[in-house]
Design a protein around this ligand. Structure first.
Ligand SMILES: Nc1ncnc2c1ncn2[C@@H]1O[C@H](COP(=O)(O)OP(=O)(O)OP(=O)(O)O)[C@@H](O)[C@H]1O
Length: 282
């Protein structure tokens, strides 16, 4: 379990990046972390990983304080960063040296995942492209069997077949005892996997909810004709898309992109959405 309490963070004292964020992330879920460029998603992941320290507040992962970076904490968390900086070693050497750091590392699984992601295990990491190195890092991360995996833009640089392969591999990794937090702009790559949504906007966590709960509150429709009840709408080439209050608990699929646009491009939407949340909590 990741517990974040009153977290505030800045790089420069006069520019707060995150302000008084509190949340609890539970095992068995895949959290999608969204936000506009520069809102602090990577910073948020680094704070969980203990790579940055809160200015105010606390972050704990399985009761370990992240910033203390205890060995037991480090052995049970893996951060797949967007920038891959792997040593220029043979993959086998990398697997032997780094795998030894993780008590539950599964070497057989690592090579199976490399095969599934179509990376030649005989290669030297220095000769691999950005996308191929990313695949090695993903295969490695999923083989550590740690309880917490943080991923920053994992599908960036992956080709189309690898993206779908990645989805399949991740779905297999998701078990009741693991937390996966994925920061992404590529919502279409991951919307089948994510079951909890976190949205950072204007230094706050403005959405912290399950997809299930969200779709109980709001309804997504395509080719709408009547916009009277729309909380937000967009014109697309295939017609009007809208978000309305889901008054009658109808089934609809969450359009993450539309929802994200509504939250970040229309200030009135967030206020309306918060009102809905309050109504539902009453
Ligand atoms: N080491 C640093 N020193 C100073 N400012 C930083 C540093 N790292 C990030 N920032 C600033 O902090 C803010 C948040 O950056 P962060 O990388 O966390 O955002 P992000 O949401 O991950 O962005 P993107 O979607 O573009 O990757 C940005 O304004 C960025 O310029």
């Amino acid at each position: 379990m990741i517990v974040i309490k009153d977290l505030s963070f800045y790089y420069r004292k006069d520019v707060n990046i995150l302000e008084k964020i509190s949340t609890t992330l539970k095992p068995g879920h895949v959290y999608g972390l969204l936000g506009l460029n520069g809102t602090g998603k990577t910073t948020f992941l680094k704070l969980i990983a203990g790579l940055q320290f809160p200015k105010i507040g606390d972050v704990t992962v399985n009761k370990e304080i992240s910033k203390e970076r205890n060995v037991s904490f480090l052995l049970d968390i893996y951060f797949i960063t967007d920038e891959v900086e792997l040593p220029k070693w043979k993959i086998k050497t990398f697997e032997e040296v780094y795998g030894a750091l993780y008590p539950k590392f599964d070497s057989k699984k690592f090579y199976e995942l490399l095969t599934e992601l179509q990376v030649n295990p005989q290669e030297n990491l220095g000769n691999l492209s950005y996308g191929q190195q990313k695949k090695v890092n993903i295969a490695f991360g999923l083989s550590t069997n740690v309880s917490t995996i943080l991923m920053d833009e994992p599908t960036n640089g992956l080709d189309i077949p690898s993206k779908s392969q990645f989805r399949k591999l991740l779905a297999k990794y998701t078990t009741d005892d693991k937390i996966i937090v994925i920061s992404t702009h590529q919502t279409r790559d991951l919307d089948q996997l994510i079951d909890q949504l976190l949205v950072i906007h204007n230094r706050q966590l403005v959405v912290d909810e399950s997809i299930y709960d969200l779709t109980k509150k709001i309804k997504f429709e395509n080719n709408v004709e009547n916009l009277t009840d729309a909380l937000y709408f967009e014109k697309t080439i295939s017609g009007l898309q809208s978000i309305t209050e889901n008054k009658y608990q109808e089934d609809s699929k969450l359009d993450i992109e539309l929802f994200f646009n509504a939250l970040t491009q229309d200030e009135t939407f967030l206020t309306k959405f918060k009102t809905l949340q309050l109504q539902n909590h009453e």
